[in-house]
Design a protein around this ligand. Sequence first.
Ligand SMILES: [Ca+2]
Ligand SMILES: [Ca+2]
Length: 469
Amino acid sequence: MAYKDIIIADNPFAYFRFNEQPGSTVDDIIGGASFDLGSIDDGLVLFNQSGLINDPDTSIHLYNSSARGVLPLDYSGPVSFEGWFLSDVIVTNESVIFSNYLNDLDWTFRFQAINFSGLLNLQVNAVSGIVDIPVNGFTFNDGNKHHFVVTSDGSAVFVYIDGVAAASVTGLTLLDSASKSFSIGNEYAPINTKAFDSVIDEFSIYAYTLTQSQVLVHYNAGINPPAAPVTYTDIINNRNPVAYYRLGESAGSSVAIDSINALNANYPSADMTAGVAGLLSGDTDTAYSFDPADGSGTPVTVQDNVFAFGTSDFGVELFISPTLTNALMALVAIDEFSTGLMIHFSAAGELIIVVAGISVVISPLTHGMVAGQTYQLVVVRRIGVVYLYVNSIEVFNATLNGSIDAQTSGLQIGDWPVGANKFDGIIDELSIYNRGLTVNEILQSYNAGITIPVGDGGLFASIINVRSI
Ligand SMILES: [Ca+2]
Ligand SMILES: [Ca+2]
C-alpha cells in the first residue's frame, strides 16, 4: 500500500502532499470538512522539490515564507501533526517546521530546530505555562530526511522521530488558541523571521492521537517503497475485486479456501475434476477441468447478490483452456438469461456475450481462440459499452447497457443455471470487479499470468511479443 493510501485510511483531518504547481495555493487533498492552507506568505517558495517519501510525489521548500490557514481544531483536546522534513542545513536561528502562532500572546505550540542547543525542540504553551520538550539525541544537518509526529491527547504530549517515541511530557494540556492560526514552514506573519530553510513534505493533521503502532506503520511506508506486486495473485488482490476464485479447492468443498475476497461456493464432488494443473505460468495453484462426458450436474455455484451491477461498469477476468470451441457451452453465468451476464461458446464456434438478455455474437475468426491453447479472457463494461479482450488484445466491443440485477441463482462457473451446457476444458483464476478494468490493467495481468512458449502458434503471439506496459 502506498504511503498516501495509508495516511488516508487513517482518516486525517487534513493532508497536504505539497505537490502544487507554482502560483497555486496549498490544497488539502482530503477536502470535505477539512481546510486548505490557502495562502502562502511572500517569500521564496520552491515548488516541486524532490519528495521525501519513496514515491514520485513532490515536496515544497518554503524558505522565508509559510503556508498558513486557520485550523478549526480544539488544541486542548486530542490532536496529531505529522510530516517529513529534510535536515540538510546548518540552523542559524530558530527554524520553525510548524506552529500555531498568531502573535506573542496568542500561540499554542511550535515545533522547530533551534540553534542555541542544536536540538530539535517542541515548545508548548500549556495551561501550566511554557514548556520546552527537547528531542534529545537528534543532530541537525545530518543530510537525511526525517519523519516526525507530535501528538497531544489533552494530558500528555509525545514527539516521535523516525517511527519511535523521542520525547514526551505528561500532565500537559495545550492551550486552545483563540486564533487557531496554523503555519507550516515558519512562525507567524508578518514577522517570518523563523523560516525553516529546507524541504517539508506530506503534512497531515488528525483530530485524534495517532498511536505508536500507527506512527511506525506510517514511517515504514514512507521509508520503504511499497512492494511491487510480483505475482498474478498479488496484482489481482491489489485491484480489490468483488470476488476472486482461484479454483484450487478440492471437489466437494463448500469453502473458498484458497481464494481471496471470494464468496464461499459449492464445488461439486462430481461432474468436474479438481486439482488439474493451473493455467498461470509458474503458479502451483490448481484449476478445474470440466467435461460434458462427466455428466451435466451442478456447476460451481456461488449464491450471493454482490454481482448485481445494475447498469454500472463491471469487469470479469479468467483464464481458459478449451478442449474444443464449437459446442454450446458456458464459461461464466451470472444469474438468468434475461437479467444477468453470460459468456459462452456456440456450436458454430462463436463466443457469445449476453447482458440482460441481449446477445452479441463474436465470430471464431474475431475472437481468435482455438482448442487446446490457454487464453486470458476479459469482459468489461465501461459507460455502457462492453469490451472483449483475448490475451490482452481488444477484439470486440458493443453497446450493452442492460441492467444486471440481483440474482436468484448466483454465479455459475463452467455451466449456466439450467445446466446441460457444461464447458469442455479448464477454467482458472476468475476475478470479478464492480468497475471496468483499464487496458493497462488487462495487459499487466496478462503479462503476469501467462507466458507464451517460444514457437507457440497462437493467433496473437506475434502481437503480444511487441507489447509491454
Ligand atoms: Ca509530496
Ligand atoms: Ca488456480
